[in-house]
Design a protein. Sequence first.
Length: 366
Amino acid sequence: MTASIRPEPRAGVMSIAPYVPGKSKATGGGKLYKLSSNETPLGASPRAIAAYKACADHLELYPDGTSTALREAIAGQFGLSPDRIVCGAGSDEILNLLTHAYVGPGDEGIFTAHGFLVYKIAITAAGGTPVVVPETNLTTDVDAILAAVTPRTRIVFVANPNNPTGTYIPFDEVRRLHAGLPANVLLVLDAAYAEYVRRNDYESGIELVATSQNVVMTRTFSKIYGLANLRIGWCYAPDHVCDALNRIRGPFNLGGPSIAAGVAAIQDREFTESAVAHNEAWLPRVTAALAALGLVVTPSVGNFILIHFPDVDGKRAPDADAFLSANGVVLRRMDAYGLPGALRMTIGSAEANEATIAALAAFLKV
Ligand SMILES: *Cc1c(COP(=O)(O)O)cnc(C)c1O
Protein backbone atom coordinates (compact mmCIF):
# COMPACT_ATOMS: atom_id res chain seq x y z
CA MET A 1 0.00 0.00 0.00
CA THR A 2 1.35 3.42 -0.96
CA ALA A 3 0.58 6.08 1.60
CA SER A 4 0.46 8.86 -0.98
CA ILE A 5 -2.41 7.31 -2.92
CA ARG A 6 -5.83 8.34 -1.71
CA PRO A 7 -9.21 9.15 -3.21
CA GLU A 8 -9.16 12.50 -5.00
CA PRO A 9 -12.26 14.62 -5.75
CA ARG A 10 -13.20 15.21 -9.38
CA ALA A 11 -11.51 18.01 -11.31
CA GLY A 12 -12.66 21.42 -10.11
CA VAL A 13 -13.91 20.44 -6.65
CA MET A 14 -10.81 21.61 -4.78
CA SER A 15 -10.81 24.91 -6.70
CA ILE A 16 -14.11 25.87 -5.07
CA ALA A 17 -13.82 28.50 -2.35
CA PRO A 18 -16.01 27.13 0.47
CA TYR A 19 -19.13 29.21 1.14
CA VAL A 20 -18.57 31.29 4.27
CA PRO A 21 -21.85 32.03 6.10
CA GLY A 22 -22.45 35.34 7.86
CA LYS A 23 -20.76 35.63 11.24
CA SER A 24 -23.02 34.92 14.18
CA LYS A 25 -20.77 36.30 16.90
CA ALA A 26 -19.45 39.75 17.65
CA THR A 27 -16.10 40.31 19.32
CA GLY A 28 -17.49 42.35 22.25
CA GLY A 29 -19.33 40.90 25.24
CA GLY A 30 -22.78 42.51 25.49
CA LYS A 31 -25.85 42.44 23.31
CA LEU A 32 -25.52 41.05 19.79
CA TYR A 33 -27.36 42.23 16.70
CA LYS A 34 -26.81 39.69 13.91
CA LEU A 35 -27.63 41.43 10.66
CA SER A 36 -25.34 39.36 8.46
CA SER A 37 -27.52 36.64 6.90
CA ASN A 38 -30.76 38.32 5.77
CA GLU A 39 -32.71 36.51 8.47
CA THR A 40 -36.02 38.04 9.53
CA PRO A 41 -36.12 39.81 12.91
CA LEU A 42 -39.70 38.62 13.42
CA GLY A 43 -39.04 34.91 13.82
CA ALA A 44 -41.41 32.36 12.31
CA SER A 45 -45.21 32.33 12.36
CA PRO A 46 -46.51 30.94 15.69
CA ARG A 47 -48.59 28.53 13.61
CA ALA A 48 -45.44 27.24 11.90
CA ILE A 49 -43.73 26.77 15.26
CA ALA A 50 -46.73 24.84 16.59
CA ALA A 51 -46.80 22.62 13.49
CA TYR A 52 -43.09 21.93 13.89
CA LYS A 53 -43.48 20.98 17.57
CA ALA A 54 -46.38 18.68 16.76
CA CYS A 55 -43.97 16.49 14.77
CA ALA A 56 -41.83 15.73 17.83
CA ASP A 57 -43.67 12.52 18.72
CA HIS A 58 -43.11 10.87 15.34
CA LEU A 59 -39.44 11.32 14.61
CA GLU A 60 -39.07 7.61 13.83
CA LEU A 61 -41.21 7.89 10.70
CA TYR A 62 -39.90 8.71 7.24
CA PRO A 63 -41.43 11.87 5.83
CA ASP A 64 -43.58 11.99 2.70
CA GLY A 65 -40.86 11.83 0.04
CA THR A 66 -42.81 14.00 -2.38
CA SER A 67 -43.66 16.78 0.12
CA THR A 68 -47.24 16.60 -1.14
CA ALA A 69 -48.84 18.69 1.60
CA LEU A 70 -46.32 21.45 1.10
CA ARG A 71 -46.56 21.45 -2.69
CA GLU A 72 -50.35 21.61 -2.41
CA ALA A 73 -50.22 24.45 0.11
CA ILE A 74 -47.83 26.43 -2.11
CA ALA A 75 -49.91 25.68 -5.19
CA GLY A 76 -53.05 26.86 -3.38
CA GLN A 77 -51.44 30.09 -2.28
CA PHE A 78 -50.03 31.02 -5.71
CA GLY A 79 -52.59 29.38 -8.01
CA LEU A 80 -50.10 26.85 -9.42
CA SER A 81 -50.20 23.17 -10.30
CA PRO A 82 -48.62 21.10 -7.48
CA ASP A 83 -47.20 18.76 -10.14
CA ARG A 84 -44.94 21.50 -11.35
CA ILE A 85 -43.45 22.23 -7.93
CA VAL A 86 -40.37 20.48 -6.55
CA CYS A 87 -39.36 21.10 -2.93
CA GLY A 88 -35.80 21.08 -1.68
CA ALA A 89 -33.73 21.35 1.48
CA GLY A 90 -33.50 25.10 1.01
CA SER A 91 -33.46 26.66 -2.41
CA ASP A 92 -29.73 25.97 -2.28
CA GLU A 93 -30.55 22.32 -2.90
CA ILE A 94 -32.82 23.23 -5.81
CA LEU A 95 -30.11 25.43 -7.36
CA ASN A 96 -27.63 22.56 -7.01
CA LEU A 97 -30.03 19.96 -8.39
CA LEU A 98 -30.79 22.12 -11.41
CA THR A 99 -27.10 22.62 -12.08
CA HIS A 100 -26.21 18.95 -11.67
CA ALA A 101 -29.08 17.93 -13.93
CA TYR A 102 -28.18 20.27 -16.79
CA VAL A 103 -24.47 21.13 -16.51
CA GLY A 104 -21.48 18.84 -16.97
CA PRO A 105 -17.82 19.07 -18.01
CA GLY A 106 -17.39 21.38 -20.99
CA ASP A 107 -20.67 23.20 -20.34
CA GLU A 108 -20.95 26.83 -19.30
CA GLY A 109 -23.18 28.48 -16.71
CA ILE A 110 -23.68 32.23 -16.63
CA PHE A 111 -24.27 34.52 -13.65
CA THR A 112 -23.58 38.18 -12.93
CA ALA A 113 -20.55 39.80 -11.29
CA HIS A 114 -22.13 40.25 -7.87
CA GLY A 115 -24.51 37.32 -8.08
CA PHE A 116 -25.24 34.85 -5.28
CA LEU A 117 -22.15 32.69 -4.54
CA VAL A 118 -24.04 29.40 -4.68
CA TYR A 119 -24.29 29.62 -8.51
CA LYS A 120 -20.55 29.54 -9.00
CA ILE A 121 -20.11 26.74 -6.46
CA ALA A 122 -22.83 24.63 -8.09
CA ILE A 123 -21.53 25.10 -11.65
CA THR A 124 -17.94 24.32 -10.65
CA ALA A 125 -18.98 21.30 -8.57
CA ALA A 126 -20.87 19.91 -11.56
CA GLY A 127 -17.66 20.12 -13.61
CA GLY A 128 -18.91 23.06 -15.66
CA THR A 129 -17.28 26.38 -16.41
CA PRO A 130 -18.58 29.44 -14.54
CA VAL A 131 -18.98 32.49 -16.81
CA VAL A 132 -19.23 35.76 -14.91
CA VAL A 133 -20.73 38.74 -16.73
CA PRO A 134 -20.49 42.40 -15.70
CA GLU A 135 -23.35 44.30 -14.09
CA THR A 136 -24.32 47.91 -14.78
CA ASN A 137 -24.72 50.09 -11.68
CA LEU A 138 -24.68 46.93 -9.54
CA THR A 139 -27.71 45.71 -11.50
CA THR A 140 -28.19 42.69 -13.78
CA ASP A 141 -27.36 43.67 -17.36
CA VAL A 142 -29.41 41.66 -19.84
CA ASP A 143 -27.25 42.62 -22.83
CA ALA A 144 -24.11 41.52 -21.00
CA ILE A 145 -25.70 38.12 -20.29
CA LEU A 146 -26.86 37.67 -23.88
CA ALA A 147 -23.41 38.64 -25.17
CA ALA A 148 -21.86 35.87 -23.05
CA VAL A 149 -24.04 33.07 -24.43
CA THR A 150 -22.14 30.48 -26.48
CA PRO A 151 -23.09 27.08 -27.93
CA ARG A 152 -21.78 25.63 -24.64
CA THR A 153 -24.13 27.66 -22.41
CA ARG A 154 -26.57 25.41 -20.55
CA ILE A 155 -27.83 27.51 -17.65
CA VAL A 156 -28.25 31.20 -16.72
CA PHE A 157 -28.83 32.27 -13.11
CA VAL A 158 -30.47 35.60 -12.34
CA ALA A 159 -31.34 36.49 -8.77
CA ASN A 160 -34.17 38.99 -9.00
CA PRO A 161 -33.87 40.91 -6.77
CA ASN A 162 -30.19 40.13 -6.40
CA ASN A 163 -28.37 39.42 -3.16
CA PRO A 164 -26.13 41.20 -2.08
CA THR A 165 -26.85 44.27 -4.23
CA GLY A 166 -30.59 44.53 -3.49
CA THR A 167 -31.26 45.70 -7.03
CA TYR A 168 -33.78 44.17 -9.45
CA ILE A 169 -34.66 44.25 -13.11
CA PRO A 170 -38.22 44.96 -14.30
CA PHE A 171 -40.04 42.02 -15.77
CA ASP A 172 -39.85 43.48 -19.29
CA GLU A 173 -36.11 42.98 -18.98
CA VAL A 174 -36.50 39.38 -17.80
CA ARG A 175 -38.75 38.74 -20.82
CA ARG A 176 -36.19 40.31 -23.13
CA LEU A 177 -33.51 38.08 -21.61
CA HIS A 178 -35.65 35.00 -22.10
CA ALA A 179 -36.50 35.98 -25.69
CA GLY A 180 -32.79 36.31 -26.48
CA LEU A 181 -31.72 32.95 -25.04
CA PRO A 182 -31.52 29.79 -27.15
CA ALA A 183 -34.35 27.37 -26.35
CA ASN A 184 -31.93 24.77 -24.96
CA VAL A 185 -30.60 27.12 -22.25
CA LEU A 186 -32.28 26.91 -18.84
CA LEU A 187 -33.07 30.33 -17.30
CA VAL A 188 -33.20 30.13 -13.49
CA LEU A 189 -34.95 33.05 -11.79
CA ASP A 190 -33.96 33.02 -8.13
CA ALA A 191 -36.75 34.94 -6.42
CA ALA A 192 -35.63 34.42 -2.80
CA TYR A 193 -36.70 37.97 -1.89
CA ALA A 194 -39.79 38.26 -4.12
CA GLU A 195 -42.18 38.76 -1.19
CA TYR A 196 -40.39 41.92 -0.10
CA VAL A 197 -40.53 43.69 -3.46
CA ARG A 198 -43.04 46.52 -3.75
CA ARG A 199 -42.68 47.61 -7.36
CA ASN A 200 -45.33 47.57 -10.09
CA ASP A 201 -42.88 46.49 -12.77
CA TYR A 202 -41.61 43.47 -10.79
CA GLU A 203 -42.73 39.87 -11.24
CA SER A 204 -41.19 36.78 -9.69
CA GLY A 205 -41.48 34.75 -12.89
CA ILE A 206 -44.53 32.51 -12.40
CA GLU A 207 -46.14 33.48 -15.68
CA LEU A 208 -42.96 33.07 -17.70
CA VAL A 209 -42.46 29.58 -16.24
CA ALA A 210 -46.05 28.70 -17.12
CA THR A 211 -45.68 29.78 -20.73
CA SER A 212 -42.24 28.43 -21.63
CA GLN A 213 -40.20 25.25 -21.56
CA ASN A 214 -36.86 26.62 -20.31
CA VAL A 215 -37.59 28.83 -17.29
CA VAL A 216 -37.51 27.85 -13.61
CA MET A 217 -38.38 30.08 -10.65
CA THR A 218 -36.88 29.23 -7.26
CA ARG A 219 -38.26 30.40 -3.90
CA THR A 220 -37.36 29.96 -0.26
CA PHE A 221 -38.91 29.76 3.21
CA SER A 222 -35.66 31.06 4.72
CA LYS A 223 -36.31 34.76 4.35
CA ILE A 224 -39.77 36.29 4.80
CA TYR A 225 -41.18 33.13 6.44
CA GLY A 226 -38.39 32.99 8.99
CA LEU A 227 -37.70 29.26 8.60
CA ALA A 228 -34.03 29.30 7.52
CA ASN A 229 -33.20 26.74 10.20
CA LEU A 230 -35.58 24.17 8.68
CA ARG A 231 -34.11 24.37 5.13
CA ILE A 232 -37.15 24.66 2.87
CA GLY A 233 -37.07 25.83 -0.73
CA TRP A 234 -39.03 25.08 -3.87
CA CYS A 235 -39.18 25.69 -7.56
CA TYR A 236 -41.89 26.10 -10.14
CA ALA A 237 -40.75 24.53 -13.37
CA PRO A 238 -41.88 22.90 -16.61
CA ASP A 239 -42.96 19.23 -16.28
CA HIS A 240 -39.85 17.91 -17.96
CA VAL A 241 -37.59 19.83 -15.55
CA CYS A 242 -39.54 18.58 -12.51
CA ASP A 243 -39.19 15.07 -13.90
CA ALA A 244 -35.40 15.44 -14.13
CA LEU A 245 -35.10 16.94 -10.62
CA ASN A 246 -37.28 14.23 -9.10
CA ARG A 247 -34.95 11.58 -10.51
CA ILE A 248 -31.78 13.01 -8.96
CA ARG A 249 -32.92 14.46 -5.65
CA GLY A 250 -32.73 12.50 -2.43
CA PRO A 251 -35.91 10.46 -1.98
CA PHE A 252 -36.64 12.15 1.38
CA ASN A 253 -34.99 15.51 0.88
CA LEU A 254 -37.30 17.42 3.23
CA GLY A 255 -37.97 16.37 6.81
CA GLY A 256 -41.52 16.06 8.10
CA PRO A 257 -41.16 19.01 10.51
CA SER A 258 -40.04 21.17 7.58
CA ILE A 259 -43.01 20.11 5.48
CA ALA A 260 -45.46 20.74 8.35
CA ALA A 261 -43.99 24.10 9.33
CA GLY A 262 -43.85 25.22 5.70
CA VAL A 263 -47.55 24.44 5.20
CA ALA A 264 -48.51 26.42 8.30
CA ALA A 265 -46.22 29.31 7.40
CA ILE A 266 -47.51 29.81 3.90
CA GLN A 267 -51.11 29.72 5.13
CA ASP A 268 -50.47 32.37 7.79
CA ARG A 269 -50.89 35.33 5.45
CA GLU A 270 -51.36 37.78 8.29
CA PHE A 271 -47.91 36.96 9.64
CA THR A 272 -46.31 37.30 6.21
CA GLU A 273 -48.02 40.65 5.71
CA SER A 274 -46.69 41.90 9.03
CA ALA A 275 -43.18 40.90 7.96
CA VAL A 276 -43.59 42.81 4.70
CA ALA A 277 -44.93 45.84 6.58
CA HIS A 278 -41.97 45.79 8.97
CA ASN A 279 -39.56 45.83 6.03
CA GLU A 280 -41.54 48.49 4.18
CA ALA A 281 -41.31 50.73 7.24
CA TRP A 282 -37.63 50.16 8.01
CA LEU A 283 -35.96 49.79 4.63
CA PRO A 284 -36.47 53.47 3.65
CA ARG A 285 -35.80 54.65 7.21
CA VAL A 286 -32.45 52.90 7.50
CA THR A 287 -31.49 53.87 3.94
CA ALA A 288 -32.23 57.55 4.67
CA ALA A 289 -30.48 57.52 8.04
CA LEU A 290 -27.29 56.06 6.57
CA ALA A 291 -27.39 58.46 3.62
CA ALA A 292 -27.71 61.29 6.16
CA LEU A 293 -24.45 60.06 7.71
CA GLY A 294 -22.83 60.55 4.31
CA LEU A 295 -22.69 56.86 3.37
CA VAL A 296 -23.57 55.68 -0.12
CA VAL A 297 -26.33 53.07 -0.01
CA THR A 298 -27.43 51.09 -3.08
CA PRO A 299 -31.23 51.41 -3.35
CA SER A 300 -32.65 48.03 -2.36
CA VAL A 301 -35.99 46.29 -2.84
CA GLY A 302 -35.08 43.41 -0.51
CA ASN A 303 -34.67 43.05 3.26
CA PHE A 304 -31.05 44.16 3.22
CA ILE A 305 -28.94 47.04 2.00
CA LEU A 306 -25.46 47.39 0.60
CA ILE A 307 -23.50 50.15 2.36
CA HIS A 308 -20.44 51.60 0.62
CA PHE A 309 -17.64 53.03 2.75
CA PRO A 310 -15.24 55.82 1.82
CA ASP A 311 -11.82 54.89 0.46
CA VAL A 312 -10.16 56.75 3.32
CA ASP A 313 -7.73 55.40 5.90
CA GLY A 314 -9.58 54.22 8.99
CA LYS A 315 -13.01 54.53 7.32
CA ARG A 316 -13.02 51.60 4.94
CA ALA A 317 -15.43 48.66 5.11
CA PRO A 318 -13.05 46.39 7.11
CA ASP A 319 -12.55 49.22 9.65
CA ALA A 320 -16.31 49.67 9.93
CA ASP A 321 -16.77 45.91 10.29
CA ALA A 322 -14.25 45.77 13.15
CA PHE A 323 -15.80 48.77 14.90
CA LEU A 324 -19.37 47.49 14.55
CA SER A 325 -18.37 44.02 15.66
CA ALA A 326 -16.76 45.43 18.81
CA ASN A 327 -20.06 47.21 19.45
CA GLY A 328 -22.26 44.15 19.06
CA VAL A 329 -23.38 44.72 15.46
CA VAL A 330 -22.56 42.03 12.92
CA LEU A 331 -22.91 42.92 9.25
CA ARG A 332 -21.61 40.93 6.26
CA ARG A 333 -18.24 41.54 4.64
CA MET A 334 -18.56 41.58 0.85
CA ASP A 335 -15.05 40.63 -0.25
CA ALA A 336 -16.20 37.25 -1.55
CA TYR A 337 -18.78 39.04 -3.73
CA GLY A 338 -16.17 41.33 -5.29
CA LEU A 339 -17.33 44.29 -3.22
CA PRO A 340 -14.56 44.77 -0.64
CA GLY A 341 -15.56 48.42 -0.10
CA ALA A 342 -19.05 47.54 1.10
CA LEU A 343 -20.88 45.83 3.96
CA ARG A 344 -24.31 44.30 3.69
CA MET A 345 -26.82 45.04 6.44
CA THR A 346 -30.00 43.02 6.94
CA ILE A 347 -33.02 45.05 8.04
CA GLY A 348 -33.45 43.94 11.66
CA SER A 349 -35.71 44.75 14.59
CA ALA A 350 -36.32 48.41 15.41
CA GLU A 351 -33.76 48.09 18.20
CA ALA A 352 -31.13 46.46 15.98
CA ASN A 353 -31.62 49.03 13.22
CA GLU A 354 -31.31 51.95 15.65
CA ALA A 355 -28.23 50.37 17.25
CA THR A 356 -26.59 49.94 13.85
CA ILE A 357 -27.31 53.50 12.77
CA ALA A 358 -25.94 54.81 16.08
CA ALA A 359 -22.83 52.63 15.82
CA LEU A 360 -22.15 53.78 12.28
CA ALA A 361 -22.57 57.40 13.34
CA ALA A 362 -20.02 56.81 16.09
CA PHE A 363 -17.68 55.05 13.67
CA LEU A 364 -17.73 57.88 11.17
CA LYS A 365 -17.01 60.44 13.91
CA VAL A 366 -14.10 58.49 15.43
C1 LIG B 1 -30.96 33.47 0.97
C2 LIG B 1 -30.95 33.20 -0.49
C3 LIG B 1 -31.44 32.01 -0.99
C4 LIG B 1 -32.11 31.02 -0.08
O1 LIG B 1 -31.35 29.99 0.28
P1 LIG B 1 -32.01 28.78 1.10
O2 LIG B 1 -31.15 27.66 0.72
O3 LIG B 1 -33.41 28.62 0.62
O4 LIG B 1 -31.94 29.15 2.54
C5 LIG B 1 -31.41 31.78 -2.35
N1 LIG B 1 -30.95 32.72 -3.19
C6 LIG B 1 -30.49 33.90 -2.75
C7 LIG B 1 -30.04 34.92 -3.73
C8 LIG B 1 -30.46 34.16 -1.38
O5 LIG B 1 -29.98 35.32 -0.94
